[in-house]
Design a protein around this ligand. Sequence first.
Ligand code: 2HA
Ligand code: ZN
Length: 275
Amino acid sequence: MDFKSLNKNIEHAIADISEVASYLWQKGWAERNAGNISVNINEFITNDIRNLVDGGLYPHSPLTTPLPALSGHYFLLTGTGKRMRDIARDFEHNGLMIKVSDDGSGYFLIKADPSQENLLPTSELPSHLAIHHQLIKDGKRERTVVHTHPNELIALTHIPEFCNQQALNNLLWGMHPETMVVVPEGAGFVPYLLTGSQEIADATLVKFRNHQVVVWEKHGCFAIGKDVFEAFDLIDTIAKSANIYFQCRAAGYQPEGLTDDRLADLKILSEKFRS
Ligand code: 2HA
Ligand code: ZN
């Protein structure tokens, strides 16, 4: 099944994933198979293509936690063990579609090329689906989740002082005016937990109630957006702040940062942009 030919919306969603996958690789945030992307494409599955897609369903895999609000929803996902740089040039051999079962207890696989037996969903599927489930339950507009390994953010969480959400955000906001404008609620911080586990998915989910971007200690970060570009921009913005901090430190000084008054003005500005 040629995913791109299903309809224009799905074709665009795949082109967007591929473009952001190439940014992640170029940024140096996607070593080997690092990172993963998911997009809820349910609104793009029209009745005329539903039968076609459902004709290609593979056996059902159970979910650890049932996700009733995602019942029958379709997703585009990057494949486990696949390289971002390969996803960028060929989504259909490095990514796949899933459909959550009608009772939300599991999911079916849909592959562009069914002979690819090793093509399975990202190892971070529990976190991705838990976030999508909450977005739908809460009536939010975001439909994409991006996970990547930005060196500068990982490096910050190797400094015990910044393994604290308030201290981390004070630093990120203080390094660059744009960060307060783009991420006024700050980044959520999840202390170190085993990658791919339900525990890290649950801890991440709690943070996405009040944040658009979440940093995982000594691992990387997750962001949500209405499209993959919005999610990428959030990560790019906080990573830039972290970079500025390290550039100052590498040049031999402690950066001054923005004062509380300046940050308060920027917060007002961000509210104006959002209203
Ligand atoms: O896809 O990034 O967190 C590999 C990972 C796991
Ligand atoms: Zn990761």
